[in-house]
Design a protein around this ligand. Sequence first.
Ligand SMILES: Nc1nc2[nH]cnc2c(=O)[nH]1
Length: 362
Amino acid sequence: MADNEEPNPTDITISALSFRKYERWQWWFLLALCIAFLIVGQSGAVILGRFYYDQGGNSTWMATLVQTVAFPLLYVPFFLIPSPPEASTSSAPPSIKIIVLIYFALGLLLAANNMMYSVGLLYLSASTYSLICASQLAFNAVFSYFINSEKFSAFIINSAVIVTFSSALLAVNEDSGGPSVVSGSKHIIGVLCTVGASAVYSLLLCLMQLSFRKVLKKETFSVVLEMQIYTSLVASCACIIGLFASGEWRTLHGEMSSFGKGGVAYVMTLVWTAVSWQLTSVAVVGLIFLVSALYSNVISTVALAVTPIAALIVFHDKMNGVKIISMLLALWGFSSYIYQNYLDDLKARRIAASKTQNVSTC
Ligand SMILES: Nc1nc2[nH]cnc2c(=O)[nH]1
């Protein structure tokens, strides 16, 4: 855009304009915090999830439940973080019935995604798993286009394609961990569930973005915590019903006593997996709120490429050329999207400046 051209608010590809409650530095600070939480939380959660299966854990319902059940922890930031007062908006607030319906539907989608994600992690090697997970950015781009009318700049397309390659590259990595031998049918179930999870996850993120923009319309971060708390409540109830209805709860005691590293390690693994998932989920929803569903998914996929570093530190896993190239690609894709954020920020400043100028010349 030329300097003398009037900036057009609809050119902006991120939601910076709709996020007026916070100062610009606060917006960037929240963005950095969410990115850090997502990368640390997801790497930790995936590694602990793999550890649970490796040490003899076998309950997919339990692996699914821990992805949401620690949501009461979020009441701590919910009550501690002060929210700027809501501006009075011209539109009426949504009815309670609509809000309950939204949280209920999104909570069920979340439970379905988490179940399929757990089955994929159980039956597939980390490499096959990463390859299929890479498809979620393509799903997300399609859903974002149709559901959120997302505008794709060259930097966004570049970022999504490069991060997809980065994740796919992990798949050619020979020494990736995972179950050594699974039967053909279980492998097929693992593939179908991971593809299903990728599609449902992308749809879920886009629907969350739509709910923030079109229905909830709050401009404070508390709406992120509310979204996470209520959808997790619904998803956890669905998992508890599944755990009891499937009879899997009867196997839990035996699983704990035969856990490779002992009963205390079993409990600790589940507790820290649950905490890591909360950190991850708040960051995922926070990034949808601050920027977009596609952005949140790009950072999730970058976290996938960063997981080998965490495995290197925690399990002293081997590092090799493929993993390093995958991470460098992820970093490149990530930088491309951050640069788009910067350009959008510049445009938002110009719009604000031209508005002030117009007011003062009137
Ligand atoms: N399907 C899916 N579920 C998730 N839950 C948290 N992160 C992810 C992800 O990257 N993909």
